[in-house]
Design a protein around this ligand. Structure first.
Ligand SMILES: Cc1cc2nc3c(=O)[nH]c(=O)nc-3n(C[C@H](O)[C@H](O)[C@H](O)COP(=O)(O)OP(=O)(O)OC[C@H]3O[C@@H](n4cnc5c(N)ncnc54)[C@H](O)[C@@H]3O)c2cc1C
Length: 419
C-alpha cells in the first residue's frame, strides 16, 4: 500500500515536471531488476545519482536458473559489500564433480584460481535477486515494480523517455537495459537487428535427496551435446536439478529433464526417496556477446541483455555483476553535473566490455564447439581423470581464471589426444 502511494506520487511528480526543459526526475532509469540491473542501480546510487530501478515483476520473484554463484560472482559480491549476507543464506560447495559415467566421475578442486574465491555458493534466485535489489535500494535507488517498459525514446530537449505499459512515461538523462534473455525491447529499439541465437535450459527443485555433498555435479551422459545436466545442492538434502544445451534444440528441455529424472541411473539413485518441490521450468540463455550491441548514446545494455553468458558453463550472474560495474563506471565518469558526455559514456563502456570479454568469450565459444562433441568430450573427461594439468585447464577455462588459450596449447592437446 505504502509502495503504491510512493509510486503514484513519483508518477504525478514526473508528469508535472516533464516534458520539455524541466529537470529529469531521475538521472538514470535501469530497466530490469535481475543481478545486472540491481547491481548497476547499486553502483550508480552509491555514486550519488538519482536512480530508478524498474521491473515488470513484483519482488521477490523467481528466475529459472541453476542458482550457482561462481568464484567470479563471489568476487563481485565481495566488492559490493554483499557477500556476508549472501553467505548466511547460501549453500557452500568446494568443488565441481564431473561425471561421464559411474567409472569416470571425479571432483575438480577450485583452489589456485588466481586470487578468486575457492568455492561456489548455491542460492535460489528467489532469495538472491531480492538481496541484490534491496542492496540497491539501501544505496538510494527507487524501485518500481509492475513497470513493463515498452519503448525508450529521446525527446527534442535531449531527455530520455521511458514508456511504460499503462502508465505515464518517466524521464531521465540516460537509460540502462538489463532485461536478460528477453530481447523484445532491444529489437523494438533497433539495438538488435534480428532475434539472437537462443540456447535452452530447464530446472526443478527436490528435497530429501540422497548422496549430496559439498560439490556441484555436472553430468554429460545421456544429455544432448553441446550441453550438460546438473545437480546443485541448495542444502545437504535439497537440490536444484537441471539440464541445458548451447543451441536451439527442437527437444524441449523441460521434456528432456523430465525424462532424465525418470530414467537417468545417477539421478534415479539420488532421487530415489526425494520429493519434487517445484514444477520443471525452462528458459532461454543468450551467449551472443558483442560490444556492438552494448547500446547507443542514450542507452547502455548490461548483463545477459548484451549476450554475456559463458558458452561453456552457461553461467551469467557473474558477468551480469561485472558488466554492471563497468557500465556504472562509464556513467559516473560521463554524467558530470548538467553536462552529459553521452558519446564518451557509450565509447568507454563499449571499450571496457571488449577488453574484458571479447578474447575470453571468443576462445570459450571455440572450446565449446571443439570439445562438446560426442567422442571428444568422453576422451577429454576420461584423460582429465588421470591428468592434473587437464583438470586445471578445464577449471581455468570454465571460470576465466587464466588465459582460455590453455584449452588449445600443444600440452593440453597432447594430454587429451596423445598416445
Ligand atoms: C535454466 C538456467 C540455468 C542457469 N544457471 C545459472 C547458474 O547456475 N549460474 C549462473 O551464473 N547463471 C546461470 N544461468 C544464467 C543466468 O540466469 C542469467 O545469465 C542471469 O540471470 C542474467 O542476469 P540479468 O540481470 O542480465 O537478467 P535476468 O536475471 O534475466 O533479469 C532480467 C529482469 O528484467 C525484467 N524485464 C525483462 N523485460 C522487461 C521489460 N520490458 N520491462 C521491465 N522489466 C523487464 C525481468 O522481469 C527480469 O527481472 C542460467 C540460466 C538458465 C536459463
Amino acid at each position: 500500500m505504502q509502495n503504491l502511494y510512493l509510486i503514484s506520487l513519483l508518477f504525478v511528480y514526473n508528469h508535472l515536471m516533464s516534458p520539455s526543459n524541466s529537470p529529469c526526475l531521475f538521472d538514470v532509469v535501469v530497466v530490469g531488476a535481475g543481478p545486472a540491473g540491481s547491481a548497476t542501480a547499486y553502483y550508480l546510487a552509491r555514486g550519488g545519482l538519482k536512480v530508478a530501478l524498474l521491473d515488470k515483476a513484483e519482488f521477490p520473484r523467481d528466475k529459472t536458473c541453476g542458482d550457482g554463484l561462481t568464484p567470479r560472482a563471489l568476487r563481485m559480491l565481495t566488492i559490493m559489500g554483499l557477500i556476508t549476507e549472501i553467505e548466511k543464506r547460501a549453500y557452500r560447495c568446494n568443488a565441481i564433480t564431473l561425471r561421464q559415467s559411474d567409472t569416470v566421475t571425479y571432483p575438480l578442486s577450485l583452489d589456485h584460481l588466481n586470487g578468486l574465491p575457492d568455492y561456489i555458493l548455491v542460492l535460489p534466485r528467489l532469495i538472491f535477486d531480492d538481496l541484490v535489489r534491496q542492496h540497491a535500494l539501501a544505496a538510494g535507488a527507487t524501485f518500481l515494480p509492475h513497470a513493463w517498459v515498452e519503448m525508450i525514446t529521446r525527446a527534442t530537449d535531449g531527455t530520455v523517455q521511458i514508456h511504460l505499459q499503462g502508465r505515464e512515461p518517466l524521464s531521465c538523462a540516460l537509460a540502462v537495459i538489463a532485461t536478460g534473455a528477453n530481447s523484445a525491447l532491444l529489437r523494438d529499439l533497433g539495438l538488435l537487428q534480428a532475434p539472437p541465437p537462443i540456447n535452452r535450459a530447464a530446472r526443478t527443485y527436490f528435497e530429501n535427496v540422497e548422496g549430496l555433498d559439498d560439490t556441484i555435479v555436472l553430468f554429460f551422459d545421456d544429455v544432448e551435446l553441446p550441453g550438460y545436466g546438473w545437480v546443485f545442492p541448495t542444502s545437504p538434502t535439497t537440490a536444484n536439478v537441471g539440464c541445458g544445451v548451447f543451441f536451439d534444440s527442437p527437444t524441449s528441455q523441460p521434456t528432456l529433464l523430465k525424462r532424465l529424472i525418470q530414467e537417468h541411473p545417477y539421478l534415479r539413485r539420488l532421487l530415489k526417496h526425494a520429493r519434487q518441490t517445484a514444477p520443471i521450468k525452462g528458459y532461454a540463455l543468450r551467449t551472443d556477446f558483442s560490444p556492438a550491441h552494448s547500446g547507443n548514446e542514450y542507452i547502455l545494455v548490461v548483463g545477459e541483455a548484451v549476450g554475456l553468458v559463458n558458452p561453456i558453463t552457461g553461467e551469467g550472474i557473474d558477468y551480469a555483476l561485472e558488466s554492471a560495474q563497468l557500465a556504472a563506471e562509464a556513467i559516473l565518469e560521463g554524467l558530470q553535473g548538467d553536462r552529459v558526455a553521452r558519446i564518451s559514456i557509450q565509447n568507454n563502456y563499449r571499450t571496457a566490455l571488449a577488453k574484458k570479454y571479447r578474447y575470453q568469450l571468443m576462445l570459450n565459444h571455440m572450446a565449446q564447439k571443439f570439445y562438446f562433441r560426442y567422442g571428444t568430450l568422453e576422451q577429454l573427461l576420461a584423460r582429465a581423470q588421470k591428468k592434473p594439468h587437464l583438470r586445471r585447464a578445464i577449471v581455468d577455462a570454465c571460470f576465466g581464471s587464466s588465459d582460455p588459450l590453455v584449452m588449445f596449447t600443444p600440452r593440453t592437446l597432447w594430454n587429451i589426444f596423445g598416445i
